[in-house]
Design a protein around this ligand. Structure first.
Ligand code: 4AD
Ligand code: MG
Length: 477
């Protein structure tokens, strides 16, 4: 008899077929009905046991999360909500699970509780659905770029540079912590970190991706990035995955087009390939919404939200226009945003971003041409001398999902900016070389993968869309 996945059986099974299936017991009811899940789909297969003819010792071991091998015949199901169930001929408990000790019971646990059991939480419907959607999105990312003629580049994890110039890096050190080399002044000599070089975990693969774009034209990275910011929010991780395309001969408008079509492509892919998981996550969200006061409920179900993104153009607005809108708007009936009334040039706070996306435009917004002084050194300076060709994409319920720009390709201008921002030219001489030898207009962006997964799954905490979240004080598993 052949091994099948539950998904195969439920979609392609035939009546009276003899099958073997292996998975984990979700529930065991009335000493007869096992709901078996193997992770291939959100759906369980119902396996019906012949109680009288099953070994009593085996019966005792049919408990939640026990691993089981089931041999039987596919028959039509009346009660399970599926077309098929398995009439069990033989059940083998491959790995028992003591119900007194197993922490996750077949009931609704809080997400906080499940986070503390990150190694077992994927055995719940919610987490396995999220992780299947995550997997589908990853595949769609590669599919989109490969179809568009991009090459996948693996940029380094350990690096000597600070791509964002923001100083939010985790140091990587091969030094002997107990006996580190010291400077003449007696301090630890971090320049010796990596056998003679100060090193850190990458905050972005962009600068290295630029070097490849300047030879291979269209490239993208998709890998882990690290930020040593001590932010405990539902949108920040210390370790997150970022997708960073970089394209030669492309200006900012092309960059916006690329980002928008990319996001639409991957969301359409998930809608197409994960209907059951999305339906489950949508129902979960609706149930959750019911526990909230009416005013805080999200008006649109998950799948409608995805459709909304697919069917609407992202609104493109300059920073200056956005500030004007914010100055003239009343977020609540009485009060205006006092913010930015006097001074042009400050960074937008998340309340401003949310207002623009959720109240004013009611669709995703691409904000561009930001003040130079609040953005990274590598962004191309505009003719006005005070704004740069930056773009951020803001998403409903998420905030910033993409940050990107047209890059400064002019050697002299870049050197000037680096000087003004205190960035060491020697450290980035390789980056400056790109502007010396065959420089060209080029652009790219970074999309935070977990923020995309948040949107696609309707989850609200970024810790719940990555298998093992890394946040301040959280690196246990
Ligand atoms: O805006 P950021 O910092 O841009 C860059 O790193 C550029 N080098 C990208 C590029 O142009 N190639 O980060 C890009 C995106 C953000 O828009 C956000 O979605 C995500 O990465 N991001 C985070 N996601 C989770 N946790 C964090 N701490 C994040 N920081 C940024
Ligand atoms: Mg950003």
């Amino acid at each position: 008899m052949k091994n099948y996945s539950v998904k195969e059986l439920l979609t392609n099974g035939t009546l009276q077929q003899d099958v073997v299936v292996k998975g984990w017991v979700r529930t065991f009811r009335s000493n007869r009905f096992i709901a078996l899940n193997d992770g291939s789909t959100i759906n369980n297969i119902q396996c019906v046991i012949d109680f009288e003819n099953t070994d009593k010792e085996v019966l005792k071991k049919i408990t939640t999360s026990a691993a089981a091998e089931i041999k039987g015949t596919l028959v039509a199901s009346k009660g399970s909500g599926q077309n098929f169930e398995i009439q069990v001929k033989e059940i083998i408990i491959l790995g028992a699970s003591n119900p007194e000790e197993y922490p996750i019971q077949p009931k609704k646990h809080s997400l906080e509780f499940l986070r503390a059991n990150a190694h077992l939480r994927v055995r719940t419907n919610t987490f396995s659905a999220v992780m299947r959607v995550r997997s589908a999105l990853s595949f769609a990312v590669h599919q989109f770029f490969q179809k568009e003629g991009f090459y996948y580049v693996n940029t380094p994890i350990v690096t000597g540079s600070d791509a964002e110039g923001a100083g939010e890096m985790f140091r990587v050190s091969a030094l002997d912590a107990k006996n580190p080399p010291l400077t003449e002044a007696g301090d630890v000599d971090f320049t010796e970190d990596f056998f003679g070089k100060e090193t850190n975990l990458t905050v972005s693969g962009q600068l290295e991706a630029e070097t490849y774009a300047m030879a291979m034209g269209k490239v993208y990275t998709f890998g882990p990035t690290f930020r040593a910011e001590n932010s405990n929010t539902t949108r920040h991780l210390a370790e997150f995955w970022m997708i960073e395309p970089e394209v030669a001969f492309m200006e900012l408008d092309g960059n916006m087009d690329l980002a928008e079509s990319f996001i639409k492509y991957v969301l359409a892919y998930v809608k197409e390939t994960c209907p059951d998981d999305l339906a489950f996550l949508e129902k979960r969200l609706l149930d959750e919404e019911k526990t909230k006061p009416q005013t805080e409920r999200s008006p649109m179900p998950l799948r409608e939200k995805i459709d909304f993104i697919l069917d609407n153009n992202f609104k493109r607005v300059s920073y200056t226009e956005a500030v004007e809108i914010l100055r003239n708007s009343k977020p609540n009936k009485k009060k205006k945003f006092e913010y930015l009334i006097e001074e042009w040039g400050a960074d937008l706070q998340s309340e401003h971003e949310r207002y623009l996306v959720e109240k004013h435009f009611e669709c995703p917004v691409i904000l561009f041409d930001y003040p130079a002084k609040i953005k990274a050194f590598y962004m191309r300076l505009n003719e006005d001398g005070k704004t740069v060709r930056a773009m951020d994409i803001l998403f409903p319920g998420i905030g910033e999902i993409v940050g990107g720009s047209q890059r400064e390709e002019r050697y002299d201008v870049l050197v000037e900016k680096m000087k003004a921002m205190g960035i060491d030219e020697k450290e980035l001489s390789w980056y400056l070389d790109l502007r010396k030898f065959g420089t060209a207009v080029h652009s790219g962006f970074g999309l935070g993968f977990e923020r995309l997964v948040l949107f696609a799954t309707g989850m609200t905490n970024i810790r719940d869309v990555i298998p093992f979240p890394r946040t301040p004080k959280n690196a246990e598993f």
